[in-house]
Design a protein around this ligand. Structure first.
Ligand code: C5P
Length: 396
């Protein structure tokens, strides 16, 4: 008599976990789900873009959670039934604290092996940190990376409670720093999916580039525009991001719906007030304004997905609008960009094709601290914008 093959008992249980609290990593993770087409069970916690469509979730073998804590609770029960599990985590690089909490929890479950981390840039935050970090001396940079790694290890192996961590001499803090979020590859196989990998070519960042080695990859935006996705994958991608069929029609350039001539990029209240954005739009409609004039009829408004004042700006100028909840990168992915864009400073400009025309960008702050303005300097370095197209909030 032959017994069942020994491997059938031992083959691991594969689980995929997706977490994010912003927009860009969620868009990328949705694209990765559509691209990979895996049937592995998936646990998803996208705090800004929750997936609530049960049929959709069932179709991709996924369960959605509102918080990392509830995802962890579920994972504990799920993984207890398996003697050996292999987990891939898709996360947000900048919010390594969320990832740490998840990993700390998973590591306590018997038989769990974290096989791969796929970490995606939050947006411009990582680059703003790099901009300041590059000013450190080479030895300070090296020291920072080393102490960051031991802090990360200590933080991960500590108790969930801060005070207990402190009392047991574990780190009770994981600061939002380069040395916290760019040390994961020393602990797990990791790929950092970067918005602008080319920024690491900056000579001042050579040590960081060496540190990251071949664990980096440029984020891709061409899944749909280059026909890498078939119709089914494209539909899955849209559904995961909750872009309705009506919204898809709205962004789709066609013979009857030519490219929008200009889209004004709005931001949320952490970057600029609604009054400022209203003033900037008013200025750009005047012939004698500061910024290049855009004919009112040609201007569409694209509000930030999480700004609570988009309607007030639209009403002030009776503008037509692109639904704010559609992540702007979707237009890049689908090849439906307008002829031109401009507006307030945002991470989204980093994802545009090289030769794309940005009419103007209004940054926070003043011309006087130009040198210290991280976001602006990064955009200039990457040639996202040219100096004559830059304006400041104080000018309006
Ligand atoms: O402006 P911020 O850097 O917060 O943008 C984060 C993300 O929010 C962008 O990458 C994009 O997905 C989305 N966004 C958008 N429309 C805007 C502003 C931001 O879709 N007007």
């Amino acid at each position: 008599m032959t017994s069942s093959p020994p491997n059938s008992q031992q083959s691991p249980y594969f689980l995929e976990i997706y977490i994010d609290r912003a927009t860009l990593p969620t868009v990328q993770q949705a694209a990765m789900i559509a691209h990979n087409q895996s049937q592995n069970p998936k646990l998803i916690c996208w705090q800004r873009h929750p997936v609530n469509n049960e049929t959709l979730l069932k179709g991709i073998n996924a369960t959605s959670f509102v918080s990392i804590a509830s995802l962890c609770q579920h994972a504990t029960k799920l993984l207890a039934g398996h003697s050996h599990s292999h987990i891939t985590i898709y996360g947000n690089t900048y919010w390594s604290k969320d990832l740490s909490k998840l990993i700390r929890h998973l590591s306590r479950i018997s038989g769990v092996e974290i096989n791969k981390l796929e970490l995606i840039d939050d947006g411009s935050s990582e680059y703003q940190k790099m901009f300041h970090w590059q000013k450190l001396s080479l030895s300070t940079q090296l020291n920072d990376l080393q102490t960051g790694l031991s802090n990360l290890k200590s933080y991960l192996t500590g108790h969930d409670n801060r005070l207990v961590r402190l009392l047991t001499r574990h780190s009770n803090k994981l600061p939002r720093r380069i040395s916290s979020f760019f040390n994961w590859h020393h602990l797990f196989p990791t790929t950092y999916h970067m918005l602008r990998l080319d920024y690491l070519d900056k000579p001042e960042l050579s040590q960081l580039k060496r540190h990251l080695g071949d664990n980096t990859q440029q984020i891709r935006w061409n899944y749909i525009s280059n026909n890498i996705f078939n119709a089914e994958q494209q539909s899955l991608f849209y559904q995961l991001l909750n872009v309705s069929a009506k919204d898809q029609d709205l962004i789709q350039v066609s013979e009857s719906q030519p490219k929008a001539e200009f889209i004004f990029i709005g931001v949320d209240s952490t970057s600029a007030s609604s009054e400022l954005q209203t003033k900037v739009i008013a200025d750009s409609r005047q012939e004698s304004g500061l910024i290049p004039q855009i004919n009112a009829k040609k201007m569409q408004f694209k509000g930030h997905p999480f700004a609570n004042f988009n309607q007030a700006i639209i009403d002030a100028h009776q503008m037509s609008q692109m639904p704010s909840m559609i992540p702007f990168e979707t237009l890049i992915m689908t090849g439906n960009l307008p002829q031109k864009i401009g507006g307030m400073a945002s991470s989204l400009y980093f994802s545009l094709p090289d030769d794309y025309h940005i009419e103007y960008i209004v940054f926070s702050g003043s011309k006087l601290d130009l040198k210290e303005h991280a976001l602006l300097q990064i955009m200039l370095y990457l040639k996202v914008i040219t100096p004559e197209r830059i304006y400041f909030s104080e000018q309006f």
